[in-house]
Ligand binder design. Sequence first.
Ligand SMILES: Nc1ncnc2c1ncn2[C@@H]1O[C@H](COP(=O)(O)OP(=O)(O)OP(=O)(O)O)[C@@H](O)[C@H]1O
Ligand SMILES: [Mg+2]
Length: 588
Amino acid sequence: MLKTLAKSIREYKTASILSPLFVTIEVILECLMPFVIAELVGVIEHSGSMEEAEAMATVWKYAGILVGIAVASLVAGTLAGVFCAKASTGFAKNLRKDLYYHIQEFSFENIDKFSTPSLVTRMTTDVTNVQMAYMMIVRLAIRAPLMVIFSFIMAFVMGGDLAWIFIAVVPVVAAALFAIMYKVMPTFRRLFHKYDDMNESVQENVSGIRVVKAYVREEYEKDKFGKTSTALMKDFTKAERLLAWNDPIMQFAFYGVLSSVLFVGSYLIMKGGDTGGYDVTSVSQLIVYGMQILSSVMMFSMVFAMIAMSMESARRIVEVLNEKSSLHDPENPIFEVKDGSIDFDHVNFKYSPTAEKFVLNDIDLHIKSGETIGIIGGTGSSKTSLVNLLSRLYDVTEGSVEVGGVDVREYDLTALRNQVAVVLQKNVLFSGTIKENLRWGNPDATDEELVEACKLAQADEFVRAFPKGYDTYIEQGGTNVSGGQKQRLCIARALLKKPKILVLDDSTSAVDTHTDALIRKAFRDYIPTTTKIIIAQRISSVEDADRIIVMDGGKINGIGTHEELVKTNAIYAEVYHSQTKGAASDEK
Ligand SMILES: Nc1ncnc2c1ncn2[C@@H]1O[C@H](COP(=O)(O)OP(=O)(O)OP(=O)(O)O)[C@@H](O)[C@H]1O
Ligand SMILES: [Mg+2]
């Protein structure tokens, strides 16, 4: 896991090494400081035996050294901080970028596996957690143990045997702190999951706010949100309550050490005679080092907590990074799609390898280049699943799908998708101008080509009616255009690819029948060689197709022209009659 994460450090390796280096320098200097002060105090104590000038000179010398050490330590500390910030933010940036790039490679199957909000949470909250942990590691994880070691050495040098008191106390304090952490950890882990739940609920409801309002579900949603955030609060309080023990334990240890050092120290001093070299100065020095040791232990326990906390986040990030895209380009890909012919050869398909039933069953279907094919069938009859295989949004489970006489798995993916343009059932426009949106189809399209595609898709007229025409800004998700307008823009966008195969998955459902007919006429007249596959709920959208496929429960129930199917196919005939009757009664 760490190896995968470490890959994202890259150009910030130097900073990641320099920071602890400067921390080490800072720690050494900080530990020297009380030592020099002690010397100085010693000089002052014995100044009575010196000439005044000589004494002053010595004091100045020590003062100079002190200031020098202080400045050097400050500089080292600042540099450590700067490098640490650079290393951790740089690492987080790379990590986000790696995640983002990796997600772009995902196939539909991969995306099905992780939900969108979960991917967003992983890229934001989880990366931030790991960034914090990394910062702690670079800066404090080295500082704390170093501080303990150096402080102890100095305490030993200055205070001799009394320093053992610290050694005795450190494991006790450390054990207590780690015990707290151990208890807190599961709560924190649960807490991150709750964070996830809350983020998911926020994202889902904010992006679906119109639906929430339309169904007057505000109260319900508020209630739901209230519950998740209260649960979060409760867990946080629980964790904090445990963590609050840190303080009293530290205080207890600190005063315990203080009184033992004072007690033993003063006893030795008062006893007089052989005090083992203890005097007021050395005892007070010992206390200073003792404080440093204890605070370092505390710091270390905090670092430990933070690292442990971010482990869950790290795991979630690595899970995404290690997810292999389920679609691969072949070794020697074919870039040229010969024509728009399509052959399904005994295709079986299911979305997940573990699913029991196939979504598509033994599909054997052969379409000539330039044909117009209609597909009709009830909801869930696998119409979308069928066409998704054409542009390799998913791969077949068994059998094969050929386009232009070549198995789709042998094409370069980009080349294939440029030739098989699909107007998805759940299509989206992105925030940007209409022109920008259209150019998703073909970045190099000229303005004339944009207009031409829009004319075919019957979009030109309404686009021109907008005050800003083709420069009209589309809001995120296309909320400022009507459903039918959006569909027509999506069709125009697909047309700009000048594809050999054009798939419209229920793409004119929100367009009135008259405009729908105009679009189909334009297709017939202007792109006769393109194979057109039109999925629709309305018979009128497909009745003039060369052939119509009737899908039922993942199988082909019938194929033929409108006239043939009305006579021979029960499902088709029923749909046809129900729709014409409906139209007839509408007219009354
Ligand atoms: N991403 C997916 N993961 C798992 N199962 C899916 C997925 N998409 C669709 N299915 C399932 O596959 C079956 C066929 O769905 P499909 O979307 O192909 O139907 P459809 O004919 O296009 O329906 P509609 O007319 O409503 O668009 C359904 O049972 C559906 O639940
Ligand atoms: Mg569908």
